[in-house]
Write a protein that binds this ligand. Structure first.
Ligand code: HEC
Length: 479
């Protein structure tokens, strides 16, 4: 590629400063007809380029009556926000990025379900659109408007069953409160396996116009719940449901590991954490269940949550980039279904590594914003398959300085605790335990689907490239 062409196609920003200055002093003429305008040099317009991005990655929230403070449905709605859109999308995976999806793209596994993130090219297009006066373009290029189910659309589709928690009332300026909030019968009349679950806070303040942040929308910081009871229920049936956290997206379970919701069962809510919003608020959680078809039987055992966490937190005042690690050892062969960083206000980033013998793999790294606790569910062919004995390492990064707007007073030291001004370091990773046989089967499928040749290493599956693995003796040489 000649300098001429780069000058025209990539724009000034892509060139080293010295080159730009040289070109500005001696602009070389372009030979007539040599370079046809490509898509990097043509004008970026709302109708053709930006509207499709907003429809896919922004409008679920940025439309009237959804969670975001302003709409991005039309050109008129979006135009005033052009510069802010450039800024927030340009943050990529940093804590205030939009859309709120913080997986780092230069490290770890890149295939996740429900990924709403933007490609580098889309981020670049939004920036160029904002910088060139945010033109509308030709209205005929507009894609047809996206259809939404209704103002409270569910990411899992229309639930087959919605169970509401009891309501709690939080006074305008009351302190944080923790505790149990009771139970609700599910009303389920037959045993059904659950394919996906989604939790939404419903409160009487949500239509208020003066709210600024996602935190100003919700009183629930978290709500832990279980499904218990029902015909023939075992004590262990009470396990295995995701925790609601503020800003959380939906959970899609492994298709082979649906979770049982028994006829006659009830949901119990033993641990809520609520905080005041500045006005008296009555709130509850709606839990939407999407069922597998009748007659479905799961093929695998769910081991719900694998909490890799540490109690030993020592977060110093007025210091950025503080790094703390937590470890756990897998006692069974494990498929990691989801990565869910949970920290508190000072947290800004988390990484998850798998260590098997001398193999160390970074599975995922993501930015973290305590107003947006996200779960990242791996795509089926990318979910880590780890042999027993693997050590999981979680590394949390904390920014306890005024640069982190979530921290109320960064002059304070903080340690482990329940309040948002205290801290936590947990990966609430959902996992499935596999017998040696199931583990071999899953790896054989992966080998086939990904066309792996002997000995090839795959990210997230240290042994997938081998056809014969002595899984029973951890650490022995694969063949
Ligand atoms: C999951 C919901 C959700 C999605 C998806 C989402 N946003 Fe947002 N957005 C919000 C909420 C809530 C806020 C206000 C709170 C905050 O800033 O975190 C916000 C704030 C913003 C702001 C800040 C406005 C200001 O006051 O400066 C911009 C700009 C923005 N979003 C752009 C986008 C763009 C562009 C996309 C898509 C590429 C997007 N958002 C996707 C929910 C969302």
């Amino acid at each position: 590629m000649t300098w001429n062409r780069r000058w025209r196609s990539a724009g000034l920003v892509a060139l080293p400063t010295g080159v730009v200055l040289a070109l500005m002093a001696f602009p070389a003429p372009l030979p007539a007809g040599q370079v046809a305008p490509d898509k990097n040099s043509r004008q970026v317009t709302f109708a053709r380029d930006i509207a499709p991005i907003l429809q896919r990655s922004c409008q679920t929230c940025h439309r009237p009556d959804s969670v975001a403070p302003m709409s991005m449905l039309t050109y008129e709605d979006a135009r005033p926000w052009a510069k802010a859109m450039k800024f927030r999308t340009g943050l990529r995976n940093k804590p205030y990025a939009m859309p709120p999806w913080f997986i780092e793209k230069n490290v770890g596994i890149q295939q996740y379900k429900g990924d709403i993130s933007l490609s580098d090219e889309e981020i670049e297009q939004i920036a160029r659109w904002a910088d060139s006066g945010a033109p509308r373009g030709n209205p005929a290029d507009m894609p047809p408007p996206r259809k939404f189910l209704d103002a409270s659309e569910w990411q899992i589709g229309k639930p087959d069953l919605i169970v509401s928690s009891p309501s709690v009332t939080v006074k305008a300026t009351s302190p944080d409160w923790w505790g149990p909030i009771g139970e609700t019968p599910t009303g389920a009349t037959e045993d059904r396996y659950v394919a996906a679950v989604e939790m939404k806070e419903v409160n009487d303040l949500q239509k208020r116009s003066d709210r600024q942040t996602i935190g100003g929308l919700h009183v629930f910081h978290h709500l832990i719940w279980f499904a218990i009871g029902g015909e023939g229920a075992q004590a262990s049936d009470g396990q295995g449901w995701p925790i609601h956290e503020v800003g959380r997206n939906a959970d899609f379970f492994d298709p082979d590991a649906g979770r049982l919701l028994k006829a006659g069962s009830k949901l119990v809510f033993p641990s809520a954490h609520v905080h005041a919003l500045g006005a008296d608020t009555t709130a509850r959680l709606e839990i939407g269940f999407k069922f597998h078809p009748k007659g479905y039987q799961p093929k695998k055992k769910v081991r719900s949550v694998d909490l890799t966490a540490t109690l030993d937190l020592d977060i110093r005042p007025l210091e950025a980039n503080q790094k703390i690690e937590a470890y756990s050892t897998l006692t069974e062969n494990t498929k990691v279904v989801a990565f869910e960083p949970h920290m508190h206000a000072a947290g800004v980033r988390m990484c998850l590594d798998a260590i098997w013998g001398t193999t160390v793999q970074t599975l995922s790294c993501s930015g973290y914003n305590h107003g947006w606790v996200r779960i990242y569910t791996y795509a089926d062919d990318a979910a880590p398959l780890l042999p027993k004995g693997t050590i999981l390492r979680v590394t949390g990064y904390f920014d306890n300085t005024p640069a982190n707007k979530n921290v109320v007073d960064p002059r304070n030291w903080s340690g482990l605790g329940h309040r948002s001004i205290d801290n936590m370091l947990i990966n609430i990773g959902q996992t499935i335990s596999l017998t040696d046989e199931e583990f071999q089967q899953e790896m054989a499928q992966r080998r086939q689907r990904l066309h792996l040749t002997g000995g090839q290493t795959v990210l997230g599956c240290p042994l997938c490239g081998y056809s014969k693995i002595p899984v029973a003796t951890v650490g022995s040489q694969p063949q």
